[in-house]
Design a protein around this ligand. Sequence first.
Ligand code: FE2
Length: 468
Amino acid sequence: MTPSQPTQPAPVDMAEHPFLSGVFAPQRQEVDVTGLRVVGDLPADLVGSYLRNGPNPRFDPVGSYTYPIDGDGMIHQIDFDGSTVSYRNRFVRTPAVIAEEEVGRALWSGLFDPYFPNEDDLDGAENTGRDLPDIHVVRHGGRLLAMAEAARPYALDPSDLSTIGAESCDGAMLGGSTAHPKIDPATGEMLLFNYAFEAPYLTWSVVGPDGRCTRPPTAISGVDMPMMIHDMALTSRYVVIFVCPLKFDIIASFTTGASPLEWLPERGTRIALVPRDGSPVKWVDADPFWVWHFANAFDTENGEVAVDYVRWNEPTHLGFTAAPAVANITRTVLDPATGRISHTTLSDSMVEFPRIDDRALTRPHNAIACSGQLPGGLPGTDTLFVHDLAAGRQTHWDSGTVCVGEPIFMSGDAHGYWGTIGTDRATMTSAFYVFPTDDPASGPLCSVELPIRVPAGLHGAWVPGSPI
Ligand SMILES: [Fe+2]
């Protein structure tokens, strides 16, 4: 592809960009610190590693910056050994990041800008594209993966978080992968989908527990244009993919100059139930809505499929409408045999980043934790919400000026905990908070003071046992 814009665009005004300033401002330090200060009681049975990825541009961006797709990856690792806590962070060093480090500035502009670096600037990196493995981090099959959106992840060395290189998982991710593959705790398999800008527009594949590909990318029929799909759900029988009506055609946008994203509500949301045994896909039609993230899904006793997720009225923050955003935890129940579908709103709070105890993936879960908007709280301040499904009750932690990110479930030897990174807007310092699962509204059992500020967003994982 040849440059359609000969000169590099101007720098992005970071101070005015909501996702490049404040708690989202990028962090450029890389540190290794042991013996972090703990305020409160650190659970002695909490042993393992918390990992988190997130957009963190290596150099000040030029042209445009679209959150959460743009930005280089940075991995944050917090190790718990039962008595002490350590922290390490590293950039994901793609060839593009290495090329930019050579010259000490950004070479690539925003993902949607019609500009490509001059080859004169790319000493040894002329054939390099700009990969963006900045969304999620996954441990599976002996690999530690920094995940991208619809692109190959990057493998990392678990011993020091150094970057090994682009990874296909034995061919299962040859064309790329969602940033949100799902690992079946019953089988150890990792299942994933990938969307592409050319046919076949949607594929799924499987990686066995040993890291070998057991199903190469397999086309999912019934998708006739490139669609943005961020996450998936998994049951014992089905890969569940919600195809919301958001067309994403970056190839056409480069040739025509049109927006790569187009909201097409008249197409509705179409839900693919992809049988894991390889039999034909079943499609269920629904009214138009948007989904970033799923909590879980499971097969019900009467053969239906239940899916819990955060349902948005539209992808409002992408600029399609001025309508107020609505984002609630919702349960959708699908009948694969009849196509019947029903929706139940489980909570009317504005939330995102729903997570469960991942050991319950593909089976009924007890609770969903989210990051959500505090009723009456400071504008833009998010905190921890936990929805107890058995009790039908939602609680939240009054976090004051602390902005809380995605919660994850951390299994200890005896108990489980909710954990998340938060940044205090008053002091701009970050901490890791450990909450009891039985009463998260009572506040954290302890907070671990992190040595540097960790930018807000995006996804994390807990690897139990000895720190990786
Ligand atoms: Fe995500």
